[in-house]
Structures are given as structure tokens and as C-alpha cells.
Design a protein around this ligand. Structure first.
Ligand code: FAD
Ligand code: NAD
Length: 478
């Protein structure tokens, strides 16, 4: 039986990155993947490249261009006649981007010397891994180290059974063939807002039914409130406290019944997307004798270094605790590969950026104001609205604000939350500063180019200590 230094199960962003890093470090590495795409091809890249981050961003970019052309150009003095959207062409471009990136992973495996096997991987005792191909043929390998990276799946709810015709999961929602007149979405979370924005920009009436009373409950409250205001202004109909209790398919439409407090309401949609979260994907991954523990949420139980309870077996990405984000999984993959190779790698889980790629984007890193308040630490807050940014006004893109939270005694930055243009990239600047232990004053003393959107970050950092220049300071400078 062939033995490897490292066998990785799953080639999503957590798995393929860990496999490449392990091979770079001289470890004999095999990556097992079972994904077969719509064309019947074996592909790497997992959810992220095939049906997640990348195709959704391709649709967000296409639909944003359409929205700008139809809504934003006039103010710049540009008029265009006969604008239309060719949805099949939009999907064709998206599919091309996806296949470029998935074959890119295959290329990276080749150049780095990662071996691949297509089929279903399963861990047995003694770090033995079986691989079952699509014909049901099973082979076995052993490994000194196994990295489990089998990712996650959409959560299903019995009241809205996905048929991917009228009731869609996130994968079906990436392939809607024409713009629906009325689109219902269960769950006003990340996927609901991103994919809701795509179809709303193209002309759908979008209704989001969210069970919780709070919008974006885990985000900083001020930023969530501001974001909701912006999304509602854009035309998204966001209904909070809306608990779906039934769906009925009739005449090519879906009738959704939901409870809002004491009221029972009905809505009819041409399509319905169900996006109420994701769950770890552990089906047939672990033979009982493998001994790997799974926690009460179905995640593979790991320590801070992603080691499971079985020596030499690790788990990374959506399969384990923490936010289900591609970059979090990739960094875990790198950490594990480096630790297997004997390095002292670790991951700073306190500084993992989180972005919703609407327009404007909503992005955050570090603690929210509510979390800082709950910790009891004294803190200062600095904010700066994009309405006061020259660059944002010049671009006619001035919704939102930057918010920076710093410790009141040490001035160390504890969190940054932005809703606004390029929020993802601006938040990343603060993430880098936080990684280097920056204070708000350090960021305030940094020279920022003019006119840039980044200046809003500079001003928010200055405003933490009452020293903002381009708006009145709430706090007096010491
Ligand atoms: P996955 O990407 O799910 O990969 C797991 C792989 O393992 C799959 O290829 C699967 O086929 C394979 N596998 C599973 N079981 C086995 C087995 N037994 N044998 C062999 N192979 C197996 N995150 C972001 O950070 N930014 C975004 O913009 C973003 N957008 C998203 C948009 C959508 C619509 C969705 C659904 C998700 C999005 N995410 C985003 C989340 C992101 O896709 C996931 O966090 C990420 O893909 C998780 O990576 P992973 O490697 O852990 O798992
Ligand atoms: P989510 O957790 O972001 O949002 C799900 C929403 O559905 C929540 O607000 C929840 O309260 C609500 N909900 C749950 N059950 C409900 C019910 N029965 N009725 C009505 N509402 C209900 O999950 P998601 O949008 O499905 O996305 C899944 C995961 O994928 C995310 O958590 C994220 O980790 C990842 N993702 C990330 C990005 C990104 O980074 N830009 C994009 C898409 C997905």
C-alpha cells in the first residue's frame, strides 16, 4: 500500500492550499477530491471556486456594471440607449472564470508536485484512507498525516424543500436562467444579501424573509443599521422576524407562508432561494474506528492548531469551528502543513476579515463595539462618513462610514467596521495595522495618498482621539 507524508481529503481553499504548502515543504502529498462539475469533469477548488466565492462575485460584478449603466451614468452626463442584460451570456462569463481558476489549481498541483486522486476519501483507523471512484472501485493508501478538508453544505429546512427548479439552494441561485419577476429569499445573511443584490440590480423585486428580529445580528450594530438603510434604499425588501412556516408550489410559482409575530402572511414568488446557513460536511468521511471526535454542531473537533483528538489527523476550513470563510480555511491549511513540517506556525483568529460583497461592501475585522463593551475594556470610537470623502463624492459613491474602535488606555486598535465603497480592501489595511499591534494614533500618523477612499480610514483613526480634520470631532483632543 502506498504511503504518503500527507494525505488531504478535499480540494477546496482549505484543502488545496494545505496540499500545495505541504508539497512546497518537501512532503510527499496526495489530495483526494470527489467533485464532478456540470460538464461531468473532475475539478478541484471546492465550494469556493465552483459554486461559492468566485461565481457569486462574477455575478455581482456583472450585475453591478448593469446597475451602474442603467442607474448611475446619467449623473456623470453619459446616456446610453437600449441597455439590456443577456443572462445566458452573463452565466457563460461566470463559468469561464470558474473553469480558468479550477484548472489553475490543477496546474498548481502539477508544478508543486501534489499528486491527486479523484474519488470519495474516507478515513479509517491507523491513518488509512480509502478512495472510492465513480465506478465504485476502492483503493487504499496510508499516511503519516491526514488533513480533513471536506468543507460544508447548505442547511436544509423541511418547510422549503429545495428542488432547484423553483426552490433553490445557493448553487441553484447561481444559475437562474432569466431574471425572475419576484424573488423570495429565506435568510437575510451573507448569501441572501449578495445573491439578492445580483437579481435586484437586474430588475427582480426581491423580498428577504429573516427569522431574527435583528439584521446582520453578528455585525457591529451601528454598521448593520446603516447597511440596512442603504439596502432598503436600493430596493431590497427586508422583513425581519419573519418565520417561514410553509411553502407550496403551484402554477410555476412558490407561495410562501410566514409568521410575523401574531400575523400569518403569504407571498407568491417566481423563485425562492433558501440560504439559512451551512453545516459541516462529514457524510461517510470518518469510519467509526477512525476515532475522530465530532462536536455537538457536527464540526470535527480540533484545538487551536487544527489538530483533532487523533495524533497525526488534522481538520481545517468549514469542517471545523469558526467562521465559514475561504481565507480562514486556507490559512488553517498553511498552518497545519507548516506544523507537520516542523515549523512553529500559528493563526491569529482575532484578526480574520469578514466581507459581504454587496455594493457598497460591508466589511469588518476584530471586535464589534458590542463585544468590546461586553468585555468591560474602556474604549474610544472614531467614525468617518464617506459623504465627507472627496474621492467618494467624485465617484458618486458616498454611502456608508468607517468605524474604528481602540482601547481607551493603550489606544491599540480592537476592531474596524466599514460599510462603504471598497470596504473589503479598506478593512484589510486596518487588519494589517492590527496584526502589527498598531494604535489608532499610529494609523493617524501614517501618510495617506489624496484623494483616496483610504483617507476615510485615516480620518476615522484620527477621530478616535478627537483629531479628525475633515469633520467635527465628537471627542475633544487631549
Ligand atoms: P469546500 O470549499 O466546501 O471544499 C471541500 C471539498 O471537499 C469539496 O470540493 C468537496 O467535493 C470535497 N469533499 C468533501 N467530502 C469529500 C470526500 N469524502 N472525499 C473527497 N472529497 C471530498 N467565503 C469567503 O471567504 N468569501 C466569499 O466571498 C464567499 N462567498 C461564498 C458564496 C457562496 C454562494 C457560498 C456558498 C460560499 C461562499 N463562501 C465565501 C464560503 C466559502 O466558499 C467556504 O468557506 C470555503 O469554500 C470553505 O472551504 P473548504 O476548503 O473548507 O471547503
Ligand atoms: P448566514 O449565516 O450568513 O445567514 C443565514 C441567515 O438565515 C441568518 O441571518 C439566519 O438568522 C437566517 N435564518 C436561519 N434560519 C432561518 C429560517 N428558518 N427562516 C428565515 N431565516 C433564517 O448563512 P448563508 O447566507 O446561508 O451563508 C452561509 C455561509 O457561507 C456564511 O455563514 C458564510 O460563512 C459563507 N459565505 C460567505 C460569504 C462571504 O464571505 N462574502 C458569502 C457567502 C457565503
Amino acid at each position: 500500500m502506498k504511503n504518503y507524508d500527507v494525505v488531504v481529503i478535499g480540494s477546496g481553499p482549505a484543502g488545496y492550499v494545505s496540499a500545495i504548502r505541504a508539497a512546497q515543504l518537501g512532503l510527499k502529498t496526495l489530495c483526494i477530491e470527489k467533485w464532478v462539475n456540470e460538464d461531468g469533469k473532475h475539478v478541484n477548488g471546492g465550494t469556493c471556486l465552483n459554486v461559492g466565492c468566485i461565481p457569486s462575485k462574477a455575478l455581482l460584478d456583472s450585475s453591478h456594471k448593469y446597475w451602474e449603466t442603467t442607474n448611475d451614468l446619467k449623473i456623470h452626463g453619459i446616456s446610453i440607449k437600449d441597455v439590456d442584460i443577456n443572462v445566458p451570456k452573463m452565466h457563460e462569463r461566470k463559468n469561464k472564470v470558474v473553469s480558468q481558476l479550477t484548472s489553475g489549481v490543477a496546474g498548481l498541483f502539477k508544478t508543486n508536485g501534489v499528486e491527486t486522486a479523484f474519488g470519495h476519501g474516507k478515513l479509517h483507523s491507523g491513518k488509512k484512507v480509502s478512495i472510492t471512484d465513480e465506478n465504485g472501485e476502492t483503493s487504499e493508501v496510508t499516511a503519516d498525516n491526514v488533513i480533513l478538508a471536506s468543507g460544508s453544505k447548505p442547511i436544509e429546512i423541511p418547510v422549503a424543500k429545495v428542488d432547484n427548479e423553483l426552490i433553490l439552494d445557493s448553487t441553484g441561485a447561481l444559475n437562474i436562467a432569466s431574471v425572475p419577476g419576484r424573488l423570495g429569499i429565506i435568510g437575510a445573511g451573507v448569501i441572501g444579501l449578495e445573491l439578492g443584490s445580483v437579481w435586484s440590480r437586474l430588475g427582480s423585486q426581491v423580498v428577504l424573509l429573516e427569522a431574527l428580529d435583528d439584521f446582520l445580528a453578528i455585525m457591529d450594530k451601528q454598521i448593520a443599521k446603516e447597511s440596512k438603510k442603504i439596502f432598503v434604499k436600493q430596493g431590497l425588501d427586508i422583513r425581519l422576524g419573519a418565520r417561514v412556516i410553509g411553502t407550496e408550489v403551484a402554477d410555476d410559482q412558490v407561495v410562501v407562508t410566514y409568521r410575523n409575530g401574531e400575523d400569518i402572511q403569504k407571498e407568491t414568488f417566481d423563485k425562492l432561494i433558501v440560504c439559512v446557513g451551512r453545516r459541516p460536511h462529514t457524510e461517510n468521511l470518518l469510519a467509526p474506528e477512525s476515532g475522530v471526535e465530532v462536536d455537538e454542531r457536527g464540526s470535527v473537533f480540533v484545538n487551536e492548531y487544527c489538530a483533532t483528538n487523533v495524533p497525526g489527523v488534522y481538520a481545517v476550513g468549514d469542517l471545523v469551528r469558526g467562521p465559514m470563510l475561504a481565507h480562514k480555511g486556507s490559512e488553517e491549511g498553511v498552518m497545519v502543513a507548516e506544523r507537520i513540517a516542523g515549523h512553529k506556525a500559528q493563526l491569529n483568529y482575532d484578526i480574520v476579515p469578514n466581507v459581504i460583497y454587496t455594493h457598497p461592501e460591508v466589511a469588518s475585522v476584530g471586535k464589534t463595539e458590542e463585544q468590546v463593551k461586553a468585555s468591560g475594556d474602556p474604549y474610544n470610537v472614531g467614525t468617518f462618513p464617506f459623504l465627507a470623502s472627496g474621492r467618494a463624492l467624485a465617484a458618486n459613491d458616498s454611502d456608508g462610514l468607517v468605524k474604528i474602535i481602540a482601547h481607551a488606555e493603550t489606544d491599540r486598535i480592537l476592531g474596524c467596521h466599514i460599510v462603504g465603497p471598497s470596504a473589503a480592501d479598506l478593512t484589510q489595511q486596518v487588519a494589517i495595522a492590527m496584526e502589527f499591534g498598531s494604535s489608532a494614533e499610529d494609523l493617524g500618523m501614517t501618510v495617506f495618498g489624496h484623494p483616496t477612499l483610504s483617507e476615510a480610514v485615516h480620518e476615522a483613526a484620527l477621530s478616535v482621539n478627537g483629531a479628525a480634520i475633515h469633520m467635527p470631532n465628537r471627542k475633544k483632543q487631549k
